[in-house]
Design a protein around this ligand. Structure first.
Ligand code: FAD
Length: 400
């Protein structure tokens, strides 16, 4: 493998480059990213950057010297706009054709917008450093922020904004926040957490339109015709995988780049991180995981597979996620999506532990304020694909 091209210069792409060099790859590595910045970390955008605890200079994943030491052909501020897998070339904006022997697609996702809200002053999404800096500059005591979508990002921003004295309304289309992700009981717990801190949470709220006066947002109209007045609106309704540049390449795209258990999408082409929908043999299903640690782990796995085509390893992680909401850490291990049962194992005002079943297996666990050691024990049960009944009877031992 002489020439590796990585498209997407963020957590996943950088992890591939670093793992290749650690493994002794001495061929070229071209890292292409359409943002102008050195690879930076996104989780702090809705946490330390938004609270103002961190300045932007803390965001880069590595100092410049560490990036230089990787001896990359680094192309920042350059977008890939096409791919020819047969000719093994990536087409870059500006017309350059970049040849490769191995290609990594690590282009992540972008925030989903509400139609008609683009370009309206005061309407935000949160995916990039620029988004976070802009939103931060608008969050001041007494201002009214309406957040559309009580997923993890919407809920984190609600928590931070309350801390900054902002008047927050959180709109959720489902019966409770995060119901699809974590189940109704855990959603209810999170809902109460927000209400206790003064967030006005409206569930079963469906947005009809963003209300605009001139070029400024003034509110959000719901389908019941009520209007939530706003100085700012954060649209946090999920994401769209960045796969448009692969159109016409023949690679299979279906809510992400479709990859096999080795994270391969075609000979010599691999997917990494938020953009990749790969077959996880541990859970016997395809999944696309928008978790920071998954991007890094898949990056390392793909580096191995690029360098060892005859001894590829399947990528079979137990996905891990964390989210900070007020003083609580929410953490989960496993594959919660599509669960058939969510069983609350423990609940008190400070702790909440839920296990998830699909078929006859324990497939995941979620803890709010639960000690990491205890959660790791649950992780081991998920990793071992423990039968549900057995896992549940082990509860007392785990908690002991
Ligand atoms: P990305 O970080 O999305 O990077 C992809 C890069 O590719 C971007 O720079 C993009 O601009 C670039 N790109 C796209 N298209 C092209 C193209 N055609 N050509 C060139 N470059 C291109 N995860 C957690 O586990 N816990 C958290 O608490 C958490 N908090 C988060 C908070 C926020 C506000 C956000 C936005 C994300 C959060 N995440 C969290 C998710 C985590 O940040 C992602 O899982 C991680 O960034 C994925 O890395 P990636 O490299 O796959 O994709």
């Amino acid at each position: 493998m002489k020439r590796v091209v990585i498209v997407g210069a963020s957590a996943g792409g950088l992890a591939v480059a670093e793992a290749l060099r650690r493994a002794g790859h001495d061929g070229s590595i071209t890292l292409i990213g359409d943002e102008p910045h050195l690879p930076y970390d996104r989780p702090p955008l809705s946490k330390q950057i938004l609270t103002g605890q961190w300045q932007q200079d803390r965001l880069p994943l590595r100092p410049r010297a560490d990036i230089d030491a990787l001896q990359l052909d680094l192309r920042l501020g350059v977008a890939a706009i096409g791919l020819d897998p047969a000719g093994r070339t990536v087409l870059l904006a500006g017309g350059v054709r970049q040849p490769y022997d191995g290609l990594v697609v690590a282009t992540g996702v972008r925030a989903r917008h509400l139609p008609g809200s683009e370009g309206v002053t005061g309407v935000h999404t949160l995916r990039t450093l620029e988004d976070a800096v802009k939103l931060r500059s608008r969050l001041r005591p007494g201002r009214r922020l309406v957040i559309v979508g009580a997923g993890f990002i919407g809920a984190e921003v609600a928590a931070v904004a309350r801390g900054l004295g902002v008047d927050v309304t959180l709109l959720e289309a489902g019966p409770e926040p995060l119901t699809r992700a974590v189940g109704e009981d855990a959603g209810r717990f999170l809902a109460q957490l927000h209400r206790d801190r003064g967030v006005r949470l409206r569930t079963l709220a469906s947005v009809a339109e963003i209300v605009v006066a001139g070029s400024d947002v003034t509110g959000v109209r719901l389908t019941d015709d009520t209007v939530e007045p706003a100085d700012d609106v954060l649209v946090a309704i999920g994401s769209v995988p960045n796969t448009d540049w692969l159109d016409g390449s023949g690679l299979k795209v279906s809510n992400g780049l479709v990859c096999d258990e080795f994270s391969a999408a075609a000979p010599g082409v691999y997917g990494v991180g938020d953009v990749a929908r790969w077959h996880n043999p541990r859970f016997g299903t395809t999944m696309r995981v928008e978790h920071r640690s998954n991007a890094a782990e898949q990056g390392m796995a793909v580096a191995h597979n690029l360098l060892n085509p005859g001894a590829q390893r399947p990528f079979a992680p137990v996905p891990y996620f964390w989210s900070d909401q007020y003083d609580r850490k929410v953490q989960s291990y496993g594959h919660l999506h599509g669960h058939e049962q969510a069983l609350v194992l423990r609940q008190d005002p400070h702790h909440w532990l839920v296990s998830y079943r699909k078929g006859d297996r324990l497939t995941g666990v979620l803890g709010i304020g639960v000690p990491p050691k205890e959660l790791r024990t649950w992780r081991a049960l998920v990793a071992a694909r423990t039968p549900w009944d057995e896992a549940i009877t082990a509860t007392d031992t785990v908690a002991a």
